[in-house]
Ligand binder design. Structure first.
Ligand code: SF4
Length: 423
């Protein structure tokens, strides 16, 4: 067995073996300077709250088109019934070139689209590259044939129809194919199909029985589609059944409703969830523009009910593959009580190649966060191994050497230092 492992050298090691910081350095000026670039740019990256005036203007336009009252707008069922599914309707709210109209019509035949009026109101009409538009509106790039419909081989990890199980002590139950908005990069776009369908009760019962029979399952994640698309009564029933199983310790929901349909987070829903603690909710903000007064209220209602909230961002070309955008997003998520949990490297799902990024971009973002913002604002960067090989974390390399009695590391500023590696 080798005595020492030598990693890629990352810089000079000081001769003293200590840190390379010089005594005369004005350390506070150095600290300020290290985030000067972000301080200069951050106000140009607007959250939805910071760009509220424009969003409210769009909301007014959409309400007029749909002849909607405020009560209707705030009703999630109305939002679902009135999702934008026709190119003519889209064209009344956002500018579309004839080529774009044609592409939407063609792509829509293969990959369904449906955008809640609320999420439509977030699209910046003055920005053809708006990150909201890119996530919601189909484009011709979706016809690129690269990738696979199920690169994670979820089908191969399905012991029971609604269940995906890749890990020893936890599993997911997919309860619906319905979502507030069908994201253009969705890893489960193959399941969206042509119609909205919830899993029938008899299949849910089979899934619950599987959990019952497998005593090592201590963590159940309810997802879809979007788990909160189930009605209150079904959520209540499902949670009560899962809570009857002694070995189920925690129950998690995967939902994008705080982002695409915040009206779904109602007092009644929160009241139901509260009965079955410990409940966790993982949501999915990808852009600072998605942080609006409505999404903030939705997250705060959940947090006030004692539900810890995590964010699973997907790294997407043209949406958030930018170190400043991610920093702004994560800092503002903490302000609405959502902990950045994961950054997922995009999966090679067919029809999503225009969202793909290189791993170097993800690593650069991780490098730019460490030290320059709160550790709470730094999620784990994950590459999902193909065919179900599982979540694999990636970090820039901070360890350059580890030996029998010492290790050499570098800090967030690139300064190298040694520590003793002894007990
Ligand atoms: S909300 Fe989630 S499941 Fe639904 S389309 Fe978006 S990414 Fe896919």
């Amino acid at each position: 067995m080798k005595e020492a492992i030598q990693f890629t050298a990352l810089g000079e090691i000081s001769h003293s073996g200590k840190t390379t910081q010089s005594a005369g350095e004005d350390r506070f000026k150095v600290l300020k300077d290290s985030i000067r670039d972000y301080e200069e740019i951050k106000d140009t990256i607007k959250t939805g709250i910071e760009d509220e005036e424009k969003i409210l203007w769009q909301k007014k336009l959409i309400m007029k088109k749909l002849n909607a009252t405020n009560t209707e707008w705030n009703d999630y069922k109305w939002q679902l019934r009135n999702r934008f599914t026709q190119v003519e309707d889209l064209a009344e709210i956002i500018q579309l070139t004839p080529e774009e109209r044609e592409a939407i019509a063609v792509v829509g035949k293969t990959y369904r689209y449906a955008i809640s009026p609320y999420y439509m109101s977030l699209i910046d009409p003055d920005n053809p590259d708006c990150p909201i538009r890119r996530q919601a509106v189909p484009c011709s790039a979706e016809l690129d044939d690269r990738g696979e419909l199920d690169p994670m081989d979820e089908g191969g990890w399905t012991p029971e129809e609604l269940i995906t199980r890749r890990y020893p002590d936890r599993l997911i139950i997919k309860v619906t194919n319905l979502c507030g908005m069908f994201c253009r990069f969705c890893q489960r776009r193959r399941l969206i199909g042509e119609h909205d369908t919830h899993a029938p009760k008899n299949r849910l019962i089979k899934a619950i029985n599987y959990v019952k029979e497998n005593k090592e399952i201590r963590d159940v994640l309810i997802t879809g589609g979007d788990a909160f698309m189930l009605d209150d009564q079904t959520i209540d029933w499902l949670l009560s059944e899962l809570r009857k199983i002694d070995h189920v310790e925690i129950i998690r929901f995967g939902t994008r409703t705080p982002v695409t349909l915040p009206q779904r987070i109602t007092r009644d829903l929160v009241k139901i969830l509260k009965k079955y603690h410990p409940i966790y909710v993982n949501t999915h903000f990808n852009s600072p523009r998605e942080i609006t007064r409505d999404s903030k209220k939705a997250c705060e209602m959940l947090a006030d009910a004692g539900i810890p909230l995590g964010n699973q961002m997907v790294l997407l070309n043209g949406v958030n593959n930018d170190k400043y955008v991610v920093r702004k997003l994560n800092q503002n998520l903490l302000r609405i009580r959502v902990k950045p949990y994961y950054i997922f490297h995009p999966k090679t799902v067919k029809g999503t190649s225009h969202f793909w990024v290189r791993i170097e971009e993800g690593l650069e973002i991780m490098e730019s966060l460490r030290g320059r913002t709160s550790g709470m604002a730094i999620p784990t960067y994950i590459v999902n191994g193909p065919k179900g090989l599982g979540k694999t974390p990636l970090l820039p390399n901070y360890l350059s050497y580890i030996g029998k009695d010492k290790a050499v590391l570098r800090n967030w500023q690139g300064k190298t230092f040694e520590i003793e590696n002894i007990v």
